[in-house]
Design a protein around this ligand. Structure first.
Ligand SMILES: *Cc1c(COP(=O)(O)O)cnc(C)c1O
Length: 226
């Protein structure tokens, strides 16, 4: 199959601009497996998807050494489907979801890495924890009993705007909040080290603002066909 986008070239261009300590999550939602395979053949091993059914289909046909990240809003009742293999659940925004991840991870005898999703952007969305909610959740400490869930850091999406100053402010708010949480709860936890921010339009800015993990889709695979 001919691809409409030069996935290999795009991928190499993105990788060339990323410092070594920044991981690339190739966001492949809504793109067919051929596109993922092209990136895989270039060496890409971390892919991000946001719908459980679509993810399941791709897991079946793609090579087994891929690290899959779930980046979308995850319904509690769907955790069980991805728990056997998911590498990281990036957008955890409630204790209820975390408790279900713990339950399903334990059932599968594994530990699942998660990020806490912060809501900092101006946009109204029902997803993500405000910094205050996040503080409360961590202070309550229930998560400390969840031995099969490992909180690796924070994830956020900046506002969808051309205002670079605003985007930078949002990223820096997240970066500073990371430092606060790290000092208060994870000072002795070297694994709490991930800051997932930056998408196709703003990842260079995100890297300047201490991102360790960028989630890039369109820039690699072209526009999504919904
Ligand atoms: C779709 C998506 C991305 C990738 O967006 P692009 O603009 O295509 O790079 C990143 N993060 C999340 C949470 C997404 O849903």
């Amino acid at each position: 199959m001919m691809l409409d986008y030069d996935v290999k070239k795009n991928l190499q261009e993105v990788l060339a601009t990323l410092p070594e300590h920044v991981r690339l999550v190739a966001i492949s939602k809504y793109h067919p497996a051929e596109y993922l395979q092209a990136a895989y053949d270039e060496g890409q091993r971390i892919f991000g998807e946001s719908h459980v059914q679509e993810l399941q289909r791709k897991v079946e046909v793609m090579p087994k050494d891929i690290c899959w990240h779930f980046i979308g809003h995850l319904q509690t009742n769907k955790v069980k489907y991805i728990a056997p293999y998911i590498s990281m659940i990036e957008a955890v925004d409630s204790m209820k979801l975390m408790a279900e991840i713990q339950k399903q991870a334990a059932k599968n005898n594994r530990t699942i890495d998660v990020l806490l999703e912060l809501h900092i952007a101006q946009e109204a969305t029902k997803y993500g924890l405000t910094p205050d909610d996040c503080r409360k959740m961590l202070d309550e400490g229930l998560w400390r009993e969840m031995k099969n869930v490992r909180i690796r850091g924070l994830m956020m999406m900046a506002s969808n705007t051309d205002d670079e100053t605003q985007i930078r402010n949002e990223f820096m708010t997240a970066a500073n909040f990371f430092d606060e949480v790290k000092a208060r709860h994870f000072a002795d936890a070297p694994y709490f080290d991930q800051r997932s921010w930056g998408m196709s339009d703003d990842y260079p800015l995100a890297v300047e603002c201490r991102s360790t993990m960028v989630r890039v889709g369109t820039r690699i695979f072209g526009p999504r066909v919904y």
